[in-house]
Design a protein around this ligand. Structure first.
Ligand code: SF4
Length: 389
């Protein structure tokens, strides 16, 4: 625990040196059951377990509050999971009130909660509205029952529709996660899911290709017959802009002004305080991770208030290359002035020359002010990243 103590103090000091806006990510690691393709940190929810976890989170918030400078303010808060809707509305009421009292939150902050259709209720929505939540990001994945069954999700299409309708009706800015590359998925069934999301009133869509990463159940015996994702992604790039949705990031489309400010803070390498078991944060050119098991998280928070398990400094050339990749994920791309000011003209020239020389044609859009990816560039982004890092 001494190590956690030392590392948490180091991250606390980095937080203390911030004199402007920062973002906060709070991880709620509980799920009903583990989806077979999921390698995120999550554990089965138990009533007593959630309550204990919330007590620990509050202790961790108090630990960092002691470091915060007078000038710093959270401009975004994001409650992610896991399945945050497994907390009861009463637990949410307590957590949001505690955050409001102990984190300096800007009056114009974006506050997002992730919701899963099977556990999101009107009572959650009412408590969130009172607690200043502005965005709800719903783990829909698909509006096709067959897709959801195959993914072993605990909700069906009708539940997904209800969840989106409830969140829209309650006045939140609603985002839906949708997944492509599924078994037996066709362009027609994918298009149907995307169109239903739009008809229900979402203002933001995050599109993910199903991947079978290390650590998930399907990794040892990957399913067969998964659809090639490329046509689905390409169709979405064609269709969504016709409906007023701009692709502002590789996996993200939104109506004007409805992009995720929290995620944009990550891509711009702005400071992020990560709280909770398994959370990641980024403060003062250091990426850090909290303990990734509930037991270790609990024991560390009880003994020293924080739970930092590891810190990776990201500075110099490494920071510049990472920044280039993150910025190019977004439609705003690299601003030459800002990039050279922060990382040096030589670094900018190096990255720009490499891309000009090696990137396939029609992948880059360059002006006198900056460089970004074209829709084609976004489709082949992984190949471009290997040129930069
Ligand atoms: S995919 Fe989401 S709901 Fe499923 S186990 Fe992972 S975090 Fe939980």
């Amino acid at each position: 625990m001494k190590k956690n103590n030392f590392l948490s103090d180091e991250i606390g000091s980095s937080l203390g040196s911030i004199s402007g806006p920062f973002s906060v990510y709070i991880h709620i690691p509980f799920c009903l059951r583990k989806c077979p393709y999921c390698s995120f940190f999550s554990v089965p929810a138990t009533p007593g377990g959630c309550e204990k976890y919330l007590d620990l989170l509050k202790k961790e918030i108090l630990f960092y509050r002691a470091f915060l400078g007078k000038e710093s303010e959270a401009s975004t808060l994001y409650f992610g999971g896991g399945t945050p809707t497994l907390l009861t509305p009463e637990q949410w009421e307590g957590l949001l009130a505690f955050c409001g009292e102990n984190i300096p939150i800007s009056p114009s902050a974006e506050i997002t909660v992730e919701a899963n259709p099977e556990s999101f209720t009107e009572r959650h929505a009412a408590v969130w509205r009172n607690g200043r939540v502005s965005r709800v990001s719903i783990g829909v994945q698909s509006f096709i029952d067959g897709d959801l069954l195959w993914l072993e999700r605990p909700h069906n299409a009708s539940k997904a529709c209800d969840a989106v309708l409830t969140a829209v009706r309650e006045g939140f800015s609603v985002s839906a996660d949708l997944m492509f590359g599924l078994r037996n998925q066709t362009l027609r069934s994918w298009a149907s899911s995307v169109k239903i999301a739009l008809e229900l009133g979402v203002e933001h869509i995050s599109l993910y290709q199903l991947t079978i990463d290390e650590g998930c159940r399907w990794n040892s015996s990957p399913p067969s017959g998964m659809a090639d994702g490329y046509p689905f992604y390409r169709w979405s790039q064609w269709f969504l802009p016709r409906k007023g949705f701009s692709q502002y990031e590789i996996a993200s489309f939104s109506l004007p002004g409805r992009h995720s400010r929290h995620n944009t803070a990550y891509w711009r390498r702005n400071p992020v305080l990560g709280l909770g078991a398994g959370a990641w944060g980024f403060l003062g050119e250091k990426r850090y991770r909290n303990e990734g098991s509930l037991e270790e998280y609990a024991s560390s928070v009880r003994s020293c208030g924080g739970s930092v398990a590891g810190i990776e400094p990201v500075s110099g050339e490494k920071a510049a290359r990472e920044a280039a990749v993150l910025l190019l994920r977004t439609k705003w791309g690299i601003s030459f002035d800002a990039f050279s000011h922060k990382y040096g003209q030589a670094m900018l020239d190096n990255i720009r020359d490499t891309l000009r020389r090696e990137a396939p044609c029609d992948c880059l859009s360059e002006t006198s002010a900056g460089l970004s990816l074209t829709p084609k560039g976004m489709r082949v982004a992984n190949a471009l990243w290997s040129l930069i890092v």
